[in-house]
Design a protein around this ligand. Structure first.
Ligand code: C6P
Length: 422
């Protein structure tokens, strides 16, 4: 945690700073390990990120010292656990700059957050003949819940096209918003292309037509500072595990006015004020949407990940990753037979590519033998693969702890793939 080194010279604003990546890497035990006898080069951060010792310690300390159920006991441990859980919610609220703590709902992750909105807000507002607007670059999690809802209601799923560079067609987005559109659901950062969408602009366009917007922030939170009020979005969802927190915990942010009106997603303990056989009264926000014992340790671990990210600094992370992405892009362009998918002007962290010589799965396996972890496949974005006429891509995805040396190792291994298969 002492790894951030300020370097305030060299910038007209005096704000330039850089990361002491070597020191930061020591915060991540898994980055010190080897795979097939080679140092691990972890380039699958879009799938899930690694966890710093601070998060691991928080989890084990919670279970060793504070573990008790929340909102139930009158004894000290339960009060401490309840307090820690509430503090985690406050950390999330501050992290995404929400207005109110009760607008933060803990979920299992991005997928559950989207399903929650589709099954509550969606079922409440969408009727036959209505439309839901999504984009061609969505993850399956931001396609299928809307598709299922549309089928149930006799509504229509409309899909905004993506250009050859992998950018959203903004004119089409504008054109496809109609009086029938009940919700637009868009990703902030594409997991398969790295494209950063102009979410604030999209929200403004949608709101001008009275259409609420859900933003899938799964791939944004580890890389960009998030301000939901500035974006103006109505819902924002993300997963803890992609931002150096535990698996099994995520967040749905919703504007209180909307959440208040929505029916519960799941029912049972903790989401009620009173239960009688003739009538149940639901609890207030956020508890109305958190039925059952929540992932208390996960939420507290997510709070620790937020502290860690704040300590490292999202501005420093963004500039380090932009430099890595530029370096990696040039490196891949220099290798014979490599073609990058996703060449948007504004990108974050993802290098998705195909090679003439080898299937992405062969690339993934050869890289694994060198200790390099990438993802090969459709990245849960099959419609996007079809759009680019490929069955799959190989994808290297970056985090702030990655280095040029690791990208050099990737480059060397890809040269070997070219020699072997080419
Ligand atoms: N993408 C990837 O390798 P969950 O699984 O609920 O934490 O996140 C789902 C999800 C939703 N939206 C986007 C943009 C995502 O990237 C993901 C997860 C991983 O790209 C696993 S498929």
């Amino acid at each position: 945690m002492r790894a951030v080194r300020e370097m305030t010279s060299g910038s007209p604003t005096g704000a330039a700073s850089t990361l002491d990546v070597a020191a930061l890497r020591r915060d991540f035990p898994i980055l010190q390990t080897t795979v097939h006898g080679k140092p691990l080069v972890y380039l699958d951060n879009a799938a899930t990120s690694q966890k710093p010792q601070a998060v691991l310690d928080t989890l084990s300390r919670y279970y060793a010292e504070t573990n008790a159920n929340v909102h139930r006991g009158l004894y000290q441990l339960s009060e401490a656990s309840t307090r820690a859980y509430a503090e985690a919610r406050l950390r999330v609220k501050n992290f995404i700059h929400a207005r109110l703590k009760c607008e933060i709902i803990f979920t299992r992750g991005t997928t559950e957050g989207i399903n929650l909105v589709a099954q509550t807000y969606g079922r409440q507002h969408v009727k036959a003949g209505d439309e839901i607007l999504i984009t061609h670059m969505e993850h399956h999690s931001n396609i299928v819940p809307w598709q299922v809802l549309c089928e149930e209601k006799g509504a229509r799923l409309r899909v905004v096209p993506v250009t050859d560079a992998g950018e959203l067609d903004l004119e089409a987005f504008q054109r496809m918003l109609s009086d029938r559109t009940r919700l637009a659901a868009v990703t902030y950062v594409s997991n398969a292309l790295g494209t950063v969408n102009p979410v604030k602009e999209l929200v403004a366009m949608a709101h001008a037509r009275g259409v609420p917007v859900l933003v899938d922030g799964a791939q944004a939170v580890p890389h960009l500072a998030i301000d939901v009020l500035d974006l103006g979005c109505d819902f924002f969802v993300f997963s803890g595990h992609k931002m150096f927190g535990p698996t099994g915990i995520g967040v749905l942010y919703g504007r209180a006015e909307l959440l208040e009106e929505m029916p519960p997603y799941q029912t049972g303990g903790d989401m009620i004020l009173s239960v009688r056989f003739d009538k149940t009264i639901f609890n207030s926000l956020p508890h109305k949407f958190e039925a059952g014992t929540p992932d208390i340790a996960g939420a507290i671990g997510l709070g620790a990940a937020i502290d860690y990210l704040n300590h490292v600094g999202l501005d420093r992370i963004a500039s380090h990753e932009a430099e890595l992405l530029r370096y990696g892009t040039e490196l891949l362009h220099s290798i014979d037979g490599v073609r990058i998918l996703g060449n948007a002007a504004h990108k974050a962290s993802v290098l998705s590519f195909v090679m003439d010589a080898a299937h992405p799965h062969d690339i993934g396996q050869m890289l694994d033998s060198e200790g390099i972890a990438i993802r090969a496949g459709h990245h849960c974005a099959q419609p996007l693969m079809e759009r680019f006429d490929v069955p799959a891509t190989a994808r290297a995805s970056l985090a702030f702890y990655n280095t040029r040396e690791e990208l050099d190792a990737l480059g060397k291994a890809l040269e070997r793939v070219h020699e072997v298969f080419g």
